[in-house]
Design a binder for this molecule. Structure first.
Ligand code: SF4
Ligand code: SF4
Length: 381
């Protein structure tokens, strides 16, 4: 397993985590087998958004003393008042559900996530009706380690990040969502089938959101990595051919600020399938060919695919481009964390010998030589 730091926190999460949603309603033994498979392979990050006592209890029981070996994302405002998944902004109800979660998981939740901030109304409800204050209090009291939130809407998510409150964000990321215009309702698009004709390259607002997270030290954990399975399906894929699990995971893990993808596995075999990513070759992870006829829409913009390697100067071109893209948001105020990530690379843009091999290989016409020079100028090496 590989681990990444989650934003600017001191937590290191497994790059593949477990979204526990599909364990809801399953018998205890199945929950236990799934959790065992995950922990045996080094998964240390679990998302538990489900409000039900039974599924929370089954997960806690399956973890047992291994609770201390994992980090849990628990959601503030996830309820099932009407016997169904529901969102509540009613403080007594919100508190009741979150306190129950705290009791179930040993009095501590690693990441307290303000639940489902997708609309203006959600933003108002969370920040003006006491939920954000409650999250602050939980952190001050030591009941949660860090404050996070979940969203599917890039514009609202940017506003939440600009409050300076969250340290982490659970966001829906996959290639099809990233191609949707920012004002599209991605969950509806997913339900009724993507309109590939509307795809016009990576949506700039989504790309800006990921860069903003990196700039502000907000770590991203990912949901909907597989587009609810639709990206894997020949029938439902919006692309010329379906993607594989490894390609979907790799796409999400190569966005800026992403630390972990959380996959909704419900059996041991599904966990092992997902972890096949760790053994996949570069060509098995490569997702660029699925873009097919959309390719021109990406012209000039790096999608961090690493198709341009090998570089004779041993530059990690995608990584340099990624930090350059973030630095270009505001060249005069490049965050120290981004400078330090860049400085941690074995070779910077200044190592480029302008051989041009990468530009011949890049499917997206990225001016790599210019970019390497720009990175050297901005980062000083
Ligand atoms: S420069 Fe081109 S090939 Fe290299 S990572 Fe960026 S998009 Fe991919
Ligand atoms: S042009 Fe620069 S970055 Fe591209 S392969 Fe050659 S040395 Fe590497």
């Amino acid at each position: 397993m590989e681990y990444r730091q989650i934003g600017a926190t001191d937590a290191r999460g497994s790059i593949i985590g477990l979204g526990c949603e599909h364990l809801d309603g399953k018998p205890y033994q199945q929950v236990r087998d799934t959790i065992d498979a995950a922990l045996e392979r080094g998964i240390n990050l679990l998302d538990v958004f489900m409000p039900g006592d039974e599924v929370r209890g089954n997960i806690a029981r399956a973890l047992g003393s291994r609770r201390r070996d994992v980090m849990i994302q628990g959601h503030i405002g996830s309820t099932d008042v009407a016997q169904q998944y529901d969102i509540s902004r009613d403080m007594p109800v919100v508190q009741r559900y979150f306190e129950q979660m705290l009791r179930t998981f040993g009095g501590y939740i690693d990441f307290g996530m303000m639940f489902f901030i997708d609309s203006e109304q959600d933003y108002h409800d969370v920040f003006d009706k006491g939920i954000a204050d409650y999250a602050r209090r939980l952190k001050q009291q030591g009941d949660i380690g860090h404050i996070g939130f979940s969203s599917h809407n890039p514009e609202i998510a940017m506003r939440v990040i600009q409050t300076g409150l969250p340290e982490t964000m659970l966001f829906s990321i996959n290639l099809a969502f990233d191609l949707c215009p920012a004002d599209a309702h991605v969950l509806q698009e997913m339900e009724r089938g993507f309109d590939a004709a509307a795809f016009r390259g990576i949506d700039p607002k989504r790309a800006a959101l990921y860069k903003l997270c990196e700039q502000n030290g907000v770590g991203i954990t990912v949901m909907k990595t597989l587009g609810a399975g639709k990206l894997l399906s020949a029938q439902h894929t919006p692309f010329a051919q379906p993607m594989t699990i490894a390609q979907c995971i790799h796409y999400a893990l190569t966005r800026p600020a992403v630390s972990s993808v959380l996959l909704g596995c419900q059996t041991r075999d599904e966990v092992l399938d997902a972890l096949g990513y760790l053994d996949a070759s570069d060509s098995e992870r490569d997702y660029t060919h699925v873009l097919g006829t959309l390719r021109n829409d990406f012209k000039g913009n790096c999608v961090y695919c690493n198709h341009c390697l090998p570089c004779p100067a041993e530059i990690d071109i995608a990584a340099v481009n990624k930090y350059l893209d973030i630095a270009r948001l505001d060249e005069d105020h490049v965050p120290p964390s981004v400078r330090s990530h860049y400085a941690g690379l074995a070779r910077g843009g200044d190592a480029c010998i302008a051989c041009g091999h990468c530009q011949q290989r890049c499917p997206f016409g990225v001016p790599v030589i210019d970019n390497m020079a720009a990175a050297a100028r901005i980062f000083g090496g």
